[in-house]
Design a protein around this ligand. Structure first.
Ligand SMILES: [Ca+2]
Ligand SMILES: [Ca+2]
Length: 472
C-alpha cells in the first residue's frame, strides 16, 4: 500500500502558478512557424529516432536540425522541447537519441517528446484542440530534477526520478498529466484555487494522462492503456498512485463528500470519469462501485467521456466546484452529443454523490422515430479507395453516399487493426474520415470496412490502408 505520508509530501499532481500563466520563455525554445514548410527558429523539422525507456524502441520523434546540429525541439508543435533541468534543449550531431536505460536523461527526453507529441495529437484528433494553449503552442520540458517529483509550473513541465533512482517520472500518463495541466490552465477561466478546485484540477491531470495513454494504445508488452496513474514508474515501490475505477485502493476517496471546505482529493472526479467512460462492469476491465443511485452503469467510451470532460472545463470559472463541473459537463454532453450521453454524464455524477443541480437540462431518451420519406440509401464509396500512411501519420478520405441527399445515416467502421483510429465527421454534404496510425500499428495492408445504415438499408465498402515505415 502506498504510504500516505510519502504521498502527502509528493507533489506530483500538485500545480502552482495556475490561472494567468505566461507563455513559455527562453529563446532556445520559442519558435515561430514559417509560412510554407516547417522551418523555424529552432530549425527544420525532422523525424528523429529515439531509444526510449517506457515506449519501446525505436520510436519516432519529431526533432529539429539547425546547421549541423540536431536538437530536441519540435518545430511542428512550437514551444515543445526537452533538455536537462535548468538547461536548454538537448543537441547533438546525429538525430538518434537515448540509450533505452532509465537513468539516462536523454532517454527520458525521448519519452517526454514521444508522450508530449502524442498528447498534442490526442488534443487535435480526439478533443478538437490546437495545442496546449488552443492557439498552436506547446511548452518546454525538463528532466533530471533532483527530487522524487514532477510538476507543471505554468510555463514548463519538469520531471524528476523515482525513489530508487532507476528511472525518471516520464511515463505516458505522467507526461500527459503534466501537459494536461497546461491545457487545464488554458481552459475556461481561473478556477479560484479553492479546495474543490484543487481537487478537480488534480483529477484533470489524471484524466489527461489516462486519455493520452489510451490514445497511444500501446500493446501490453509496453505501457498499455489502463486507468491507473504512475503504474510504470514505480515511484516509491508501491505501485500506482491512483486507481481511477476505485480510488480507495490507494487511500483516496471514491465518493464526493460535501464538507465545508470541500476536499483536495482527485479520487471522486477520477471515479466519475471511469464510470462515464467504462461503466460499473466493463468487460475485461475492473469493476467500479457506485456511491449512490442506480447501478449498473454502462460507459459511453473514453473518447466521448474525454470530450465531455474537456468541453466541461472550457466552462471552468472562478470558484470551480463539483456541482459546477456536473452542470458544465451535463450541458456539454447534451449540446455536443445528445440525450443518451447527457443521461450517462448525469448518472456518473450521481453515482459519485454529486447530485442533480437546479436548472440542469433535461431530455427524453430518443424513441425510434419513423424515417422521413426520402431517398433510400443505395451505396457508399470511399475516395480514394486506398492510401499509404507512415506509422505515426494519418490520412483523410472522403466518404460518398448515394444518393448524396440521403438522411439519417449512421456511419461506422468494422473492427480496426491495433493502433488505428478512425474519426468520421459529417458536415453536409461532405463526409470525411481521418484515419490515424500509431507508431505501434502493424505494417502491411489492412482492409477497413465502412458501413452506412439508413432505415432498413445497410451498405458497406472496403478501404485498403497500407502502413509502411519510412526507413531511413
Ligand atoms: Ca499503462
Ligand atoms: Ca496509466
Amino acid at each position: 500500500m502506498y504510504p500516505k505520508s510519502t504521498l502527502g509530501a509528493f507533489a506530483l499532481m500538485t500545480v502552482v502558478a495556475m490561472g494567468a500563466t505566461a507563455p513559455a520563455s527562453g529563446a532556445q525554445t520559442m519558435s515561430t512557424v514559417s509560412t510554407s514548410s516547417v522551418s523555424t527558429s529552432t530549425g527544420r523539422a525532422l523525424l528523429g529516432s529515439g531509444n526510449s525507456y517506457f515506449n519501446g524502441n525505436p520510436v519516432t520523434i519529431q526533432t529539429a536540425r539547425s546547421g549541423s546540429q540536431y536538437s530536441l525541439n519540435d518545430p511542428t508543435r512550437p514551444g515543445l522541447s526537452c533538455g536537462g533541468f535548468g538547461g536548454p534543449a538537448y543537441t547533438k550531431s546525429t538525430d538518434t537519441w537515448g540509450n533505452g536505460t532509465g537513468t539516462n536523461l536523454e532517454t527520458a527526453c525521448v519519452d517526454v517528446m514521444f508522450a508530449a507529441q502524442k498528447h498534442w495529437d490526442m488534443l487535435r484528433n480526439w478533443l478538437g484542440r490546437n495545442g496546449i494553449d488552443a492557439v498552436g503552442h506547446s511548452y518546454p520540458a525538463s528532466v533530471g530534477l533532483n527530487s522524487i517529483n514532477a510538476y507543471w509550473d505554468g510555463a514548463r513541465a519538469v520531471f524528476g526520478h523515482n525513489s530508487a533512482r532507476t528511472n525518471q517520472l516520464t511515463s505516458l500518463d505522467l507526461v500527459g498529466a503534466h501537459y494536461g495541466l497546461g491545457v487545464y490552465a488554458k481552459s475556461g477561466t481561473d478556477d479560484g484555487n479553492g479546495l474543490e478546485a484543487q481537487s478537480l484540477r488534480r483529477s484533470a491531470s489524471d484524466i489527461f494522462g489516462t486519455v493520452t495513454e489510451h490514445y497511444v494504445n500501446h500493446p501490453p508488452a509496453l505501457d498499455e492503456p489502463d486507468y491507473l496513474i504512475g503504474e510504470e514508474v514505480n515511484i516509491v515501490g508501491g505501485g500506482p498512485l491512483i486507481h481511477m475505477y476505485k480510488p480507495s485502493l490507494t487511500g483516496n476517496q471514491n465518493c464526493y463528500v460535501q464538507t465545508p471546505g470541500g476536499t483536495v482529493d482527485p479520487g471522486p472526479q477520477d471515479h466519475w470519469f471511469y464510470l462515464l467512460a467504462e461503466g460499473t462492469n466493463p468487460p475485461g476491465k475492473p469493476a467500479s462501485p457506485v456511491c449512490t443511485g442506480p447501478s449498473p452503469l454502462v460507459g459511453i467510451g473514453i473518447q466521448k467521456a474525454a470530450r465531455i470532460f474537456y468541453l466541461g472545463i472550457q466552462r471552468k470559472s472562478y470558484g470551480w466546484s463539483y456541482r459546477r463541473a456536473r452542470m458544465a459537463t451535463v450541458q456539454a454532453a447534451l449540446s455536443f452529443y445528445g440525450c443518451p450521453e447527457m443521461q450517462a454524464t448525469k448518472a456518473a455524477w450521481t453515482a459519485i454523490n454529486v447530485p442533480a443541480q437546479a436548472g440542469e437540462p433535461t431530455c427524453s431518451m430518443p424513441t425510434p422515430t419513423p424515417l422521413p420519406s426520402g431517398p433510400a440509401l443505395s451505396g457508399i464509396t470511399v475516395v480514394p479507395p486506398s492510401a499509404t500512411v507512415s506509422p505515426g501519420g494519418s490520412t483523410t478520405v472522403q466518404i460518398k453516399l448515394s444518393p448524396e441527399t440521403v438522411q439519417r445515416v449512421a456511419l461506422s467502421t468494422g473492427p480496426l487493426p491495433a493502433g488505428m483510429t478512425v474519426n468520421i465527421i459529417r458536415n453536409d454534404p461532405s463526409i470525411t474520415a481521418t484515419i490515424t496510425v500509431l507508431t505501434s500499428a502493424p505494417q502491411g495492408t489492412h482492409p477497413i470496412t465502412f458501413t452506412a445504415t439508413s432505415g432498413d438499408s445497410t451498405r458497406s465498402t472496403h478501404f485498403a490502408l497500407t502502413v509502411m515505415g519510412d526507413d531511413d
